[in-house]
Design a protein around this ligand. Sequence first.
Ligand code: SF4
Length: 385
Amino acid sequence: MSGISIYVHVPFCAARCPYCDFATAPATSRLRARYLAALVDEIAREGVRLGRPRVRTLYVGGGTPSLLEPEEIASLGAALRLAFELRPREATVEANPATLDRARLKAWIALGITRASIGAQSFSPEGLRALGRTHQPEDTAVAVAAIREEGLDVNLDLIFGWPGQSEAAWRRDLASAVALGVDHVSCYPLELRLDPEESVANWPGGGWEVLRRWRSRAAAAQPDDATIARLYRIAERELARAGYRHYEIANWSHPKKNSLHNLVYWRDGEWLGVGAGAHSHLGGIRSANPASLATYLARIAACEPRDVDGEADPAGEAAMLALRLDRGLDLRRYASRFGAVAAERVRSALAEVAPAGLVAVRGDRARLTARGRLLANEVFVRVLA
Ligand code: SF4
């Protein structure tokens, strides 16, 4: 193997944001110590199994990796360096605006981090309150300035469609992101899952019932679909006006600042994911670690392999991922990779949604239209069927 992308999952958060369905856990020092020991074991094992390949892109996500203490970051870096040739072209750490202090930032830079992705979500007190976030609006600008001073690239995550959000409030959030001059912006609609995720078990307290009630109330107070579509269009217009390229459904970047790691996912490349809930795509096989911390720790202690996703539809997923990108799907290359039957299935799925103006096919290239980006799931369910 000539090189690899690695995703490292750090599940710990200071508090659980009630809308979030990532694999998260409370950041107690006892749990962190046990988890990091397991993570180091997993990294070492995978390095041996894969023949210590070069790491081309690294992404440390969560959870809130920026919560880790400098010595924990150093031990993660040492484990990665021992198991892999750690010379990434891009290495990202996800950060909560309120938890990235200078000492931690220096430790991440010593690990090789080149880019920070900040979970700003909103710049308005109402937005942060509606989302149950614990940071303050002003924390984001402080974090961006500190990261910039260290010469790192910055992504900001924003959420739209929160309860009570107006178009004017969304314009202000976008303007605040643009004013900070960040390299990359990700905008996600607030999606509230109403079925319990596995990592609920990691948290003490009221459990799923409390979350379910919060989400049901929030869902009832969200703007309607037409307004959410308008908010998305506003993002497209405002970010284009500010010089960002809309290169993926939810992602905008300045030239040459797109996320190389995430492009590996969207181009259906291969990566190793380590840590609780982390997914991998290696040798054409998709697999995942359990999101429950207790199960993950037990699995690593017993040297058990990840769960293979037997239901995966590699051809359908590759088409869906390519359609997320502004470059779209090259149907000729797709046919040579997945064969005539899969290509024909995708062509007929696209033909089904073309009359509604969701996709445009020119020659061998299929792309979502502006309307298709809004209604992308209508296209994806057909491509995956
Ligand atoms: S800080 Fe991020 S990962 Fe943690 S609960 Fe909130 S949204 Fe989820």
